[in-house]
Design a protein around this ligand. Structure first.
Ligand code: ACO
Ligand SMILES: O=CC(=O)O
Ligand code: MG
Length: 537
């Protein structure tokens, strides 16, 4: 333990109410130990990501299943740890941010699992991150009752959902914690605090420390998580293999390494999830400069039934079930509305999405809102009946090639002015919400979060770069996009009023959707510039 005394750990942020209960010296020491051990490997892997994106962008490299890991793919003898207590039946999973009200509502929603999100649905302000940890801490101990000023009482019911926490991805740092002057990996911070405070409690209560792992791009990144898990369990004297991880396959590069990702994490892996929104974002980003064959139509037309998306989900189900892992479906973005007609339409669309997933062999799926839990459950009940899952449905009929996954042109469809305006308008509204601390928002009847906003700004960039023709023959240029941006901005400004941070939102949008280069994530620069507290900069 002596070496730990050598770390210089600084908390460069204001202390919030009860933050000291999460940021204890022992918890910070644990996070620093993990970060210190793995910071170098994390940096190397991020460099490898950058280099690969450059090669893919220039056409110097194309993607395929890896020749060097063929033996892992062809070996039938290995499988993953699989379900742990509370994860056997995942037919409905609700996702959402970890504020206090949403925490109680998600746990009571009737879903089997709650994805407690520090990633796509959370704007990573220091307040949100530590408050979220506090809410999880209290919820796990069933000590979270509260009453609003309006008199509405919130308490966790008798059959709460199993909690699966989603730490932030490898690309993000949290500048409010510095270890020897270096900002901590945001993923390690989220994982480390949650694991340190709750792993024992969860195990004692018959559940366990369970995680969703977002935005992986390569199986070596899965190996890094596995090594983080091993060290974390060893440090706290928690039996190896207690953790369960469900990996989001939400990048095109990871889609070609599903077996390898499960293999690296096999002592901890429970399943894979088809994270469709980041997946679409990844496809656009990696091939944004590769010409018309890689240009996607309006976002609304990139459905789960277009051939290249279907190839991805079919491969995911067959890979999972061959390895004893759960295949978890993704997020239909339609959310309930107060208008009965729109609400019925949203439910129909969600039902269709879940029906396709259940018929394809998924073991469960995601919903964004408590009002969708019953729909998802009914659909999976219809296929699963009393069985907790359909992992025994092997889908040996599935044959997916790299060409199928990369056949982006199979999406067909058109780019329209409506689609261009929608990307700009939604991008501005979402970035404004994010800057004001809200990471998931209902916009025009759809759930929007960091992943969908990334699609919005990347599509605009790609269409400008390729001079893509709208369906009326007009080419998308910087000038056209700027004119539409200004028009959309003034209508959004009139609607949202002076509180909105639309000038900052505009600046981020211009920089990340209309600049010379396409930045990897809008969140990284925007975080550093706007969300970090002065003492953390
Ligand atoms: C690409 C991806 O990664 S998808 C996963 C990440 N994205 C998400 O998790 C989005 C999760 N969903 C949400 O955040 C919300 O549903 C939104 C922002 C889309 C809509 O939220 P709202 O506008 O507040 O919805 P609405 O007003 O209909 O909410 C009604 C009630 O349901 C609750 N609720 C809505 N969504 C959720 C949720 N996901 N979890 C828990 N409770 C929820 C609200 O808190 C509210 O509770 P109350 O009646 O006690 O006040
Ligand atoms: O995280 C999920 C996604 O669709 O992105
Ligand atoms: Mg995602």
């Amino acid at each position: 333990m002596a070496d730990r005394l050598n770390y210089r750990i600084e908390v460069a942020a204001h202390a919030g109410d009860r933050f000291d209960e999460i940021l204890t010296p022992a918890a910070l020491d644990f996070v620093a130990r993990l970060d210190n051990e793995f910071a170098g490997r994390r940096r190397e892997l991020l460099d490898a990501r950058r280099r690969r994106r450059e090669r893919l962008g220039s056409g110097e490299e194309t993607l395929d299943f890896l020749p060097e890991t063929r033996a892992i793919r062809e070996d039938d003898s290995w499988c993953v740890a699989g379900a742990a207590p509370g994860l056997e039946d995942r037919r409905v999973e609700i996702t959402g941010p970890t504020d206090r009200k949403m925490t109680v509502n998600a746990l009571n929603s009737g879903a089997r699992v709650w994805l407690a999100d520090f990633e796509d649905a959370t704007s990573p302000t220091w307040q949100n991150i530590i408050d979220g940890q506090l809410n999880l801490f209290d919820a796990i101990r069933r000590d979270i009752d509260f009453t609003t000023e309006a008199g509405k009482h919130y308490r966790i019911g008798d059959t709460p959902a199993t909690i699966v926490a989603r730490p932030r991805g490898w690309h993000l740092v949290d500048k409010h914690i510095r270890i020897d002057g270096r900002p901590v990996s945001a993923g390690i911070l989220d994982f480390g605090l949650y694991f340190f405070h709750n792993a024992r409690q969860l195990l004692a209560r018959g559940s366990g420390p369970y995680f969703y792992l977002p935005k992986l791009e390569d199986h070596r990144e899965a190996r890094l998580w596995n090594d983080v898990f091993r060290l974390a369990q060893r440090e706290l004297g928690i039996p190896q293999g207690s953790i369960r991880a469900t990996v989001l396959i939400e990048t095109i590069t990871a889609a070609l390494q599903m077996d390898e990702i499960l293999y690296e994490l096999r002592e901890h892996a429970a399943g894979l999830n088809a994270g469709r929104w980041d997946y679409i974002f990844s496809v656009i980003k990696n091939f944004s400069e590769r010409g018309a064959d890689f240009v996607l139509p309006d976002r609304a037309q990139v459905t789960m039934t277009v051939p290249f998306m279907r190839a991805y989900t079919e491969l995911l189900v067959s890979t999972c079930h061959r390895r004893g892992a759960h295949a978890i479906g993704g997020m239909a973005a339609f959310i309930p509305s107060k208008d009965p007609e729109a609400a019925a339409e949203a439910l129909t669309k969600v039902r269709e999405d879940k029906e396709r997933e259940a018929a394809d062999g998924f073991d469960g799926s995601w919903v964004a809102h408590p009002g969708l839990v019953d729909t998802c459950r009914e659909v999976f009940d219809g296929v699963l009946g009393e069985r907790p899952n359909q992992v025994d449905k092997l889908r040996q009929d599935v044959v997916v090639t790299a060409e199928d996954l990369l056949d982006v042109a199979s999406a067909g469809g058109a780019v329209t002015e409506h689609g261009l305006r929608a990307n700009i308008n939604v991008g501005l509204r979402y970035i404004d919400a994010w800057l004001r601390g809200t990471g998931a928002a209902a916009i025009f009847g759809l759930m929007e979060d960091a992943a969908t906003a990334e699609i919005a700004r990347c599509q605009v960039w790609q269409w400008i770069r390729n001079g893509t023709k709208l369906d009326d023959g007009t080419a998308v240029t910087t000038e056209l996009a700027t004119n539409l941006l200004d028009e959309e901005l003034s209508s959004v400004r009139a609607e949202l009023g002076p509180e909105a941070r639309l000038d900052d939102a505009r600046a981020i949008f211009v920089e990340t959707a209309m600049g010379e280069k396409l930045p990897n994530f809008f969140t990284t620069a925007a975080y550093a510039r706007y969300l970090v507290q002065p003492s953390g900069s």
